[in-house]
Design a protein around this ligand. Structure first.
Ligand code: SF4
Length: 267
């Protein structure tokens, strides 16, 4: 892609949004083929207990093995803290994020990541930023329609150009796993444990299959989310079904939710 080649030549900073998931991992393998290591930085937005154990370390290890700087972006609030605070201030509206008001993505991931990118770029003299995300067309109809390269007007200010790029948008899921294997790497352990995607353990948009798998491996976190549903009177999942019901029904409705869910735009 000509624009990318020009940005590499112009010493742009390429930011790898790395959730610890397979798509981030494959994207980084691809980026390392064309972008000099000194122009790469890996950013992981940590959600603490809400994310799968080892997700941060998985992203960190890939960065370390490639000699790329690794940054953790951390929000002031936790997922459950965000829900608690919303319930405390506005009990009349749903306490959990929804598909249309996804403040978990904006407040816990996007905001902290943008802040860290700005800080790193300023500190290291980068005036051009290419923010790379591992979204793929195969994941959903809406993701298939996304523009793969565009100027981010909101983050472009005087003296700083910011672009958003989806380097593996065309890649199919079997190619993702094949690429990781060919690079001599393994994906995060949650895939081998049965997960289809790696997002928050109990993502508001997860398939019932992944919710059930999350419950199996994270019973203490399940209890915390269930208690929060009971306390607030609202359900966590966008289906508006109680978490326990979704987990229990996973065997029969797994196919219903799996194909079109979009946990985060930072996978
Ligand atoms: S993975 Fe799901 S619950 Fe977690 S921040 Fe993203 S959309 Fe929200």
């Amino acid at each position: 892609m000509e624009q990318i080649q020009k940005l590499i030549a112009a010493n742009a900073l390429f930011v790898v949004n790395h959730s610890g998931g397979k798509d981030s991992q494959a994207m980084m393998i691809e980026l390392l083929k064309i972008v000099p290591v000194m122009q790469l930085v890996v950013v992981h937005a940590t959600l603490g207990e809400a994310e799968w154990a080892g997700a941060l370390e998985h992203a960190q290890a890939q960065a370390a093995n490639a000699g790329v700087v690794f940054i953790v972006a951390e929000a002031v609030k936790s997922f459950t803290g965000m829900v608690e605070s919303r319930f405390a201030t506005r009990p009349e509206v749903p306490s959990f994020p929804s598909a249309s008001h996804r403040q978990c993505t904006s407040d816990l991931k996007r905001g902290p990541i943008d802040r860290e990118i700005r800080r790193y770029a300023k500190l290291n003299g980068f005036s051009k930023i290419v923010n790379c995300m591992g979204l793929r067309a195969q994941e959903s109809h809406s993701r298939a329609k996304l523009t793969t390269f565009k100027t981010n007007e909101r983050n472009s200010i005087a003296g700083r150009e910011w672009f958003d790029w989806l380097p593996i948008h065309d890649m199919k899921i079997d190619q993702v796993f094949a690429l990781i294997k060919a690079a001599g790497q393994a994906p995060h352990w949650a895939y081998a444990a049965g997960n289809q995607r790696l997002s928050c353990v109990f993502c508001i948009m997860a398939s019932s299959h992944d919710l059930a798998n999350g419950a199996k491996h994270n019973p203490a976190l399940l209890a915390k989310y269930v208690a929060l549903e009971e306390k607030t009177g609202y359900t966590m999942h966008v289906s508006r079904k109680p978490l326990l019901e979704l987990v229990a029904a996973a065997g029969t409705i797994a196919a219903e939710a799996g194909a079109e869910t979009e946990p985060c735009d930072l996978v």
